[in-house]
Design a protein around this ligand. Sequence first.
Ligand code: ZN
Length: 95
Amino acid sequence: MSRKVKDIMKYREISLICLFIAIPLNVINIFLGFRWLTILGISLLAIFFIMAFTLWRCPVCKRRLPLRFDVDTDLNDIYRCPYCDTKFLSGEIID
Ligand SMILES: [Zn+2]
């Protein structure tokens, strides 16, 4: 049995993409110093933080999930809430 919930993994994915573009962009721009790149880099970082703090929540217990990113365990499709132990797979709760 599985139950539909908000697809938090999608939000997480989008926010991480913003972060991974923003970091090298900001580093490169230290040398280039373009004003529009600075604005773009800061905007992408802002999107990451806003999404991480508002949407990256467990849909069951509503607690904010840890921001720590673990490549070994995080990149598979199933995420387990550390508080209520619910498992998610792209917008569905796995029993
Ligand atoms: Zn939870």
